[in-house]
Design a binder for this molecule. Structure first.
Ligand code: FAD
Length: 453
């Protein structure tokens, strides 16, 4: 237990990054106050400041592992409130021209609506950490900077002072603009243009709607690059999300939405939509770029302040990485504080270095996959085209090889590094298994045909 020394922290934003940050900080400072602009609902419900909360949210195994550690009992509570446990053997996954082999990989993830997850994490945080409080309807206007150090925040001209301020205000964070006006450099931004559009529909769920608990379907990125997912959530509902890139926006009227779903290479989503009772109109969400602020390259950053979560890296959401990346960043913040202390002038820099490492892996996975679409533009990580050619083989190998499908699932869940799919033994396994894929024959014939033209 930490010795009481009167240290205080303010976390701005009570979404997933803010809540997990507060949990970590509560072990290192005496008092943590979360300031949130929105009025927070008493029940699990969507809210204005988190518009993405109405769309399907997948919690990767890494994020779940960290939440389980910070909030013992949270999984049981989520299940009691209607979250659906998903075994990997119940995932129907179509990618690379075929279905992945299915097997129990020894871990279960939870499927629920984003509002239920956030609500439960907030409830547990306030219950389990008495030194944390949340004040809602409190929009932070700016930081208070004195002698080059951030010493608090301003809300409606009222000052709230703290030893450490953490900005968890998401992708559109404005604090760096304010810091620039007092002479601090702004981080260079890497933006990958994807012009992604989501279309989401909530429908009534029956457990026998299809042979599985979750389905993911992705078309070839060099063809339509359309994709979709169907996830079970509390209240016997499915959230169906379809998505595409570069201006191919899913229609919102029901017939057009059904046609879009039918155009996917597996009929699973369209078949469920055709039978199930619709519970809400189709909602859309657009995201022009995957965006990463390279905070680790900042030459100077004020002591007493750092940002975390989507404010550092806002990924193409289709890979389900945002909340788990925020969890990994919060864990990294705890490690940096253990080493440097919560009030140290070197904390932000030390944290940003660690955050760059934990964000780097999901960023490379997402950016690499985004560049498989030839219309994608932006800073392409070195070696991406070569890796993408290899990953075409990995997807095909997953149609027949359990060890490859298992390794890929571990990588996608951020449990092991992508390099584990590139060891010499794995490469041999991938290349041999890919030849057995039902997708390999026609494709090879077609490729030869194209080459001959
Ligand atoms: C369409 C879509 C689908 C997604 N799907 C997934 C998924 O399947 N899996 C996954 O892991 N991630 C997914 N994500 C990403 C995920 O939603 C975020 O990574 C996650 O919410 C963490 O973000 P955050 O807490 O950093 O910021 P946000 O969630 O954006 O929250 C920012 C918070 O700050 C508050 N705020 C803003 N300004 C102020 C201010 N001045 N003062 C006080 N409060 C303020 C806001 O009200 C809000 O509560 C998806 C994102 C999108 C857009």
């Amino acid at each position: 237990m930490k010795k009481r020394d009167g240290t205080t922290a303010i976390v701005i934003g009570a979404s997933m990054a803010g809540l997990m940050t507060a949990r970590v900080l509560s072990e290192h400072v005496d008092r943590v106050t979360i300031l949130e602009r929105d009025r927070l609902p008493h029940d699990p419900a969507p809210r204005k400041g988190v518009p993405q909360g109405r769309h399907a949210h997948i919690l990767l195994a890494t994020g779940q592992r960290l939440l389980d550690g910070w909030f013992p009992g949270i999984t049981d509570e989520l299940v009691r409130d209607g979250a659906v446990p998903v075994n990997t053997k119940d995932m129907l996954w179509y990618q690379g021209g075929g279905y992945l082999v299915r097997a129990d990989l020894g871990f279960i993830t939870m499927s629920m609506s984003r509002p239920l997850l956030e609500h439960t994490v907030r409830k547990r945080l306030l219950l389990q950490r008495p030194n944390v409080s949340v004040t809602d309807e409190t929009p932070v206007d700016g930081l208070i900077v004195e002698d080059g150090r951030v010493v608090g925040v301003r809300v409606d001209s009222v000052e709230h002072r703290a030893d450490l301020v953490v900005g968890c205000t998401g992708r559109h964070t404005r604090f760096f603009d304010q810091l620039a006006t007092v002479g601090f450099p702004t981080p260079e931004v890497s933006a990958i243009r994807i012009d992604m559009a989501y279309g989401t529909r909530v429908v009534r769920r029956r457990p026998d709607d299809f042979d599985g608990t979750v389905a993911l379907v992705a078309d070839d990125p060099t063809r339509s690059h359309r994709m979709g997912t169907i996830v079970p959530v509390e209240g016997d509902r499915w959230i169906v999300t379809v998505a595409s890139y570069h201006g191919d926006v899913p229609p919102t009227e029901p017939a057009g939405y059904a046609d879009f779903s039918r155009s996917l290479p597996s009929p699973v989503l369209a078949d469920v939509l055709a039978r199930a009772e619709a519970l809400a109109p189709v909602l859309t969400h657009r995201m022009p770029t995957s965006k990463r602020r390279n905070v680790d390259r900042l030459k100077r950053t004020p002591p007493g302040f750092l940002v975390l979560g989507d404010a550092i890296c806002s990924f193409n959401p289709i890979y389900g990485q945002g909340m788990s990346s925020a969890a990994l960043q919060a864990e990294a913040l705890g490690q940096a504080i253990e080493r440097h202390g919560p009030t140290s002038a070197t904390l932000a820099r030390a944290f940003y270095q660690r955050a760059a490492t934990v964000v780097g892996v999901p960023w490379r996975i997402a950016a690499g996959a985004d560049f498989a679409d030839p219309r994608t533009s932006g800073p392409k990580p070195a070696g991406t085209d070569l890796i993408n050619r290899y990953f075409n083989k990995v997807w095909q190998a997953c149609h027949t090889s359990l060890p490859v499908a298992r390794q890929l699932t571990l990588v996608q869940n951020l449990l092991v590094r992508p390099e584990s799919l590139m060891t010499p033994a794995m490469v041999v396994r991938v290349l041999l298994a890919a030849r057995r894929s039902p997708a390999a024959g026609p494709r090879r014939r077609r490729d030869r045909g194209q080459a001959a033209v």
